[in-house]
Design a binder for this molecule. Structure first.
Ligand SMILES: Cc1cc2nc3c(=O)[nH]c(=O)nc-3n(C[C@H](O)[C@H](O)[C@H](O)COP(=O)(O)O)c2cc1C
Length: 187
């Protein structure tokens, strides 16, 4: 059974969490043998990464690292803040050992108030995940404020279609990653 960590990478806002719920549902609907784990950054007390050893961080930060380490794949949800990802998400990435997500599948869902800011996924989030050598799926879903109703539920059918497709491809990437040894040849 593959363990997938669903990451809501923000401490403000509800839309990314709702998009994540929707992908989670679509991944489960594929019938794939996947164990779901969820991490909502708003439930955690974050500390700035400052180079101290892991045991010197609070329990939440240590738990965050353990959850990333024990997962076999990730769906990462992020809002766009100031033309970038939230500081709290970058801070979490900074806390991880560079090998933690290596050769593991990752799908991205992002939300912003500006149509053009899907480019933040292309130019900022994907390069970080490439650095970690993740198997980033070729499709991601960027949602905009207009895709939601007042309860922050996705009302745009095209978005639902893209999230279903994302779920289907993510499951295939997860299967592909299962047979890929996570250690490099020279380790
Ligand atoms: C501090 C801050 C900065 C933001 N900067 C951007 C931005 O640069 N581009 C953009 O498209 N949306 C921006 N937004 C809008 C957020 O992306 C949007 O609020 C978020 O995706 C979540 O929506 P929600 O707060 O209604 O749940 C910003 C929001 C905040 C709070």
């Amino acid at each position: 059974m593959l363990k997938v960590l669903f990451v809501d990478g923000t401490i403000i806002g509800r839309k990314t969490g709702n998009v994540l719920d929707t992908v989670q549902r679509y991944i489960q609907e594929t019938g794939a043998q996947i164990e779901v784990e969820r991490i909502d950054f708003s439930d955690f007390e974050h500390q700035f990464v400052d180079g101290r050893p892991l045991h010197a961080y609070n329990e939440d930060m240590q738990k965050l690292v353990k959850m990333f380490e024990s997962a076999d794949g990730y769906v990462i949800a992020t809002p766009i803040f100031q033309g970038s990802i939230p500081g709290v998400l970058k801070n979490a990435f900074d806390l991880l050992h560079p090998h933690v997500m290596r050769y593991k599948p990752v799908s991205i869902v992002a939300n912003g108030g500006t149509y053009q800011h899907y480019l933040v996924v292309e130019n900022q989030l994907k390069p970080i995940l490439d650095y970690f050598r993740c198997l980033v799926t070729p499709n991601y879903v960027y949602t905009h404020t207009t895709h939601f109703n007042e309860q922050n539920q996705i009302v745009d059918e095209d978005v639902h279609g893209r999230l279903r497709e994302l779920a289907r491809v993510f499951v295939k990437y997860a299967e592909m990653s299962r047979d890929l040894p996570k250690k490099a040849l020279d380790e």
